[in-house]
Structures are given as structure tokens and as C-alpha cells.
Write a protein that binds this ligand. Structure first.
Ligand SMILES: [Zn+2]
Ligand SMILES: [Zn+2]
Length: 277
């Protein structure tokens, strides 16, 4: 199993960090977790197209995690040679979000179908809303989810991937909670979106301070990793983006609470998930 951080940015645009998205590869399959800004460009850089993705898994419907979902939907459709539903999993509300995205694209869908004689089908999306437990089983890969806590954004979920003893987790935006602990238990690799409390507090903007109460800070991420006995924690979606030269400080804050390997991700950082004993 391999996890690649496709986008490690926060909600504001960055020259070198795309929006929230991760690629999980296992058992000859690819799973896309979240579809933030630039996701298909980074997926291309990771060597894949959306047609090679088994399923899209959304942690939540915050704009920075779905703002290129319409690109995923359209590109999957116009790149297909036969009707093939895009499989999308996400928390309650995902079906309505997909329906509204399709409505937004209605003019474009009509123009393309009018213009291309061989494109005789509309985009099809197969949505499964998930809450807790088994999400899917495919070719020896098991994907599970658990509820996370990112209130007032609700509901939200994180995902756990299991294949031949390897366990990888993409947690999404959340503070520590029971569901998160269940996801990360015994994981080889745990990917967590994080904020650095001291850096946020140094920026006197109320809208930024609000971020602190619904994201794991570096200490909390380290504590969650330790409780779960994970091997490697991958920090992503850094709020605010690390000032160049301070990366070691971010890692050191986590290391106060976690003895394992700590990776401060950049876009396209790839981490192998070891098979368990
Ligand atoms: Zn969020
Ligand atoms: Zn976010």
C-alpha cells in the first residue's frame, strides 16, 4: 500500500500546494480521498487519470475538500468510452451535493452531448452515503470509515484502508475523538490534517482563530498517533502553511507527543505503508 499526498494546502491558494486530496494505492487499485483544488493535476503528476480510480471518498463537504469535484465528475465522464458510473462515497449530504453539482454542469453536459455523436450518455454518479463501519471491499482491499468531529461541519468521516496486513488512514479535518481513535488503531501510516496553534494565534484575525477549535493541532495529532500505536504520522493541510525554515519546529512539536516517524508532507509526498506481522 502506498499513500500519496496529492494536495497539502489550506483553503487559501498557494503557489506550490494544491488543495486537500490524497491518493491511496493498494491491491492494484487507486482510491482518491477528497477532491480539493488542483486534484486532477496532482493525480496526473502521480501517474494516474481519474478513469483509473476505483472510488472517490469524501471526508466532508467543506469547499477546500471538494472544490474540484466538478472537474473530477466532468473529466471522468468525457474520458469514458462507455457508460461507467463514478463511484463516490461520503457522509450524509453527499448525494445532494452531487445532484447540485450535476445541476451546475447541466449546460455543459448538454453542449458536449450535442457536439459529440459518440457521447450518448450523461455523466453517471453512484453515490453511497456512509456513517460508520465497512465502506467497500474490492480486490482484497477493505475500506472502513468512522465518524469524526469537525463541528459545526457535520457529519464528517475518516477512512481506514486495509490490505494484506497494511493499514493506512486518511483522517480528514477533525479534533481527537472516539471515531478517530478507532480509525488509527494499529495503523502503519496515519495522515492527519493539522494546524499549528502558536502560528495561528500569532495572526490576529478572528476568522483564523475560529479554525483552532475544529482541527487537530500538532500536539493533538501526535497524541492521537501515540494512542493508536501508529508507525508513521503524515502531516498535511497545514494551517497556516509552514514558513520556509520552520519545518523542523512543526515536526518537533509533534515529537513531544509521538515517538514514531513524522513526515511533514509536500504535494506528491509518497509513503509506503508496511504490511503488518
Ligand atoms: Zn473542513
Ligand atoms: Zn479543510
Amino acid at each position: 500500500m502506498k499513500i500519496t499526498t496529492l494536495g497539502t494546502g489550506w483553503p487559501l491558494p498557494s503557489a506550490d500546494r494544491a488543495g486537500a486530496a490524497n491518493l491511496v494505492e493498494a491491491g492494484g487499485q487507486r482510491f482518491l480521498v477528497d477532491t480539493g483544488r488542483g486534484v486532477l493535476m496532482r493525480l496526473a503528476a502521480a501517474g494516474a487519470g481519474i478513469g483509473q480510480v476505483t472510488a472517490v471518498l469524501l471526508t466532508h463537504l467543506h469547499s477546500d475538500h471538494v472544490n474540484d469535484f466538478n472537474d473530477v465528475l466532468t473529466t471522468h465522464w468525457i474520458g469514458s468510452f462507455a457508460p461507467a458510473p463514478l463511484k463516490v462515497f461520503g457522509p450524509a449530504g453527499t448525494q445532494a451535493f452531487v445532484d447540485r453539482t450535476l445541476a451546475m454542469l447541466e449546460d455543459d453536459i448538454g453542449w458536449r452531448m450535442d457536439h459529440h455523436d459518440d457521447l450518448s450518455w450523461r455523466p453517471e454518479v453512484e453515490v453511497t452515503e456512509v456513517t460508520d463501519g465497512l465502506v467497500l471491499e474490492s480486490g482484497g482491499v477493505r475500506v472502513l470509515c468512522a465518524p469524526t468531529d469537525h463541528r459545526p461541519v457535520h457529519p464528517t468521516v475518516g477512512y481506514r484502508f486495509e490490505h494484506e496486513g497494511a493499514v493506512g488512514v486518511c483522517a480528514g479535518d477533525t479534533v481527537p475523538c472516539d471515531g478517530l481513535d478507532r480509525l488509527v488503531a494499529g495503523a502503519g501510516v496515519y495522515v492527519q490534517t493539522v494546524c499549528r496553534r502558536s502560528a495561528v494565534e500569532a495572526i490576529p484575525a478572528p476568522r483564523l482563530q475560529d479554525i483552532l477549535d475544529y482541527h487537530s493541532d500538532l500536539a493533538q495529532a501526535g497524541q492521537t498517533a501515540t494512542r493508536g500505536g501508529v508507525g508513521t504520522i503524515v502531516l498535511t493541510h497545514m494551517v497556516p502553511p509552514p514558513v520556509p525554515g520552520t519545518e523542523a519546529e512543526w515536526v518537533a512539536e509533534v515529537a513531544e507527543h509521538f515517538d514514531g516517524t513524522i513526515v511533514l508532507a509536500e504535494d506528491l509526498t509518497a509513503v509506503e505503508v508496511p504490511a503488518g506481522e
